[in-house]
Design a protein around this ligand. Structure first.
Ligand SMILES: Cc1cc2nc3c(=O)[nH]c(=O)nc-3n(C[C@H](O)[C@H](O)[C@H](O)COP(=O)(O)OP(=O)(O)OC[C@H]3O[C@@H](n4cnc5c(N)ncnc54)[C@H](O)[C@@H]3O)c2cc1C
Length: 326
């Protein structure tokens, strides 16, 4: 083991070595991380990152792993698994309420917490996998609602700025994107990290609160019955046209529709196959590898480009052994 790794382990003895990453991502792909740290206490984040930086160890921040596919060779550095789970309600004025949550809390747990406190605004995102930190970074959403709609501020960390607070305007939210995501793409590695999130929700009257709970339950049932089952990351490509949530989205502007037209369903490369149920869902049907994912995604992009002149962009993040987004 190299001496930088030894020094990090000496400073943070909970660090694990050669940790297989496949079990931490819903696609089930990824070789071992040289170093793996399960972060259950947010206050340890800054010292951990500072040490990694000083020792020249690359790092990658992982949430629920529902939008990430690691390299078959794994990761040559430190994976920090965001697993701090504190969540609380902050009372403000009579109608508005703020939930403050560690970024490692699952989005569905935040929504359950909000519904328990009769707060509405997030119920349409129920059942969406992953952490609230990952959801902020990708401005995750469903049924016309996205994180930006309820986001108030976040406690952030970047190696350049240290700890800082970011309000909604500075997050530059867009369709499945944010400043965090753009900066990560530009730097090629984890650049800005979400540590805590404040969400602003509305206190609902009893009838609205009941309706929100019922809607959340229906949405989960619907997801379970309609979504393909197995190892996957949900929709693989972004819709090429930014949706206008005030209007129904025409079918022909959706990635799934374009992929259906090129007969993508059932297409297979190695252990990765396009779902027979949903043309925009790739499934790991056995021993799928990141190479299989890359190859099948290139085949699909080429076919769609040739037929429609549209360049599909991956929504799922493929990570190289050095932590760069591919
Ligand atoms: C079955 C299924 C259904 C899905 N349905 C939807 C849907 O309806 N709508 C939708 O928007 N998405 C959907 N997704 C995609 C996925 O759930 C979201 O993108 C989710 O928000 C990712 O969160 P995560 O914690 O799992 O992120 P991860 O996969 O852990 O990470 C994704 C990226 O975010 C970065 N990241 C993670 N945590 C942080 C943090 N705290 N700070 C900074 N960067 C961070 C990582 O470095 C990585 O680059 C679905 C996925 C699956 C598997």
């Amino acid at each position: 083991m190299n001496s930088a790794y030894q020094r990090l382990i000496a400073a943070f003895p909970e660090t694990e070595q050669d940790k297989p990453l496949a079990p931490f991502v819903t696609f089930g792909i990824g070789g071992p991380a040289d170093l793996f740290y399960k972060l259950t206490d947010t206050s340890k984040f800054e010292p951990l990152i500072k040490t990694a930086k000083e020792l020249g160890i690359p790092f990658f921040v992982l949430g629920g792993g529902s939008n990430t596919i690691f390299a078959d060779e794994g990761f040559r550095g430190l994976v920090i698994h965001m697993a701090a789970k504190s969540m609380a309600l902050e009372t403000s004025d009579s109608e508005a309420r703020t939930i403050v949550s560690d970024s490692g809390v699952l989005l569905s747990q935040v929504i359950q917490f909000s519904l328990k406190h009769k707060l509405s605004g997030m119920e349409k995102m129920m059942g969406l996998p992953g952490t609230i930190g990952g959801a902020v970074r990708g401005n995750a959403g469903a049924f016309g609602i996205e994180i930006a709609d309820v986001f108030h501020k976040a406690l952030m960390y970047s190696p350049q700025k240290g700890l800082y607070e970011a309000g909604k305007a500075s997050m530059e939210f867009g369709y499945r994107t944010s400043k965090v995501k753009k900066d990560q793409a530009a730097a090629g590695i984890s650049a800005e990290i979400v540590l805590k999130v404040w969400l602003k929700l509305t206190l609902a009257d009893p009838a609205t609160a009941k309706a929100a709970q019922e809607e959340a339950l229906d949405i989960v049932k619907n997801r379970i019955s309609k979504q393909p089952k197995g190892k996957c990351s949900g929709s693989f490509f972004k819709n090429p046209v930014t949706p206008d949530y005030n209007k129904p989205q025409p079918q022909e502007t959706k990635a799934g529709y374009l992929l259906e037209q090129i007969d993508a369903k059932g297409l297979k490369v190695g252990g990765v196959q396009v779902s027979a149920q949903h043309a925009n869902w790739l499934m790991n049907i056995g021993n799928g590898t990141q190479k299989d994912v890359l190859e099948i995604s290139k085949v699909l992009q080429t076919k769609v480009k040739e037929r429609f002149g549209v360049q599909l962009e991956r929504e799922v993040q493929l990570v190289s052994p050095e932590g760069f987004l591919i």
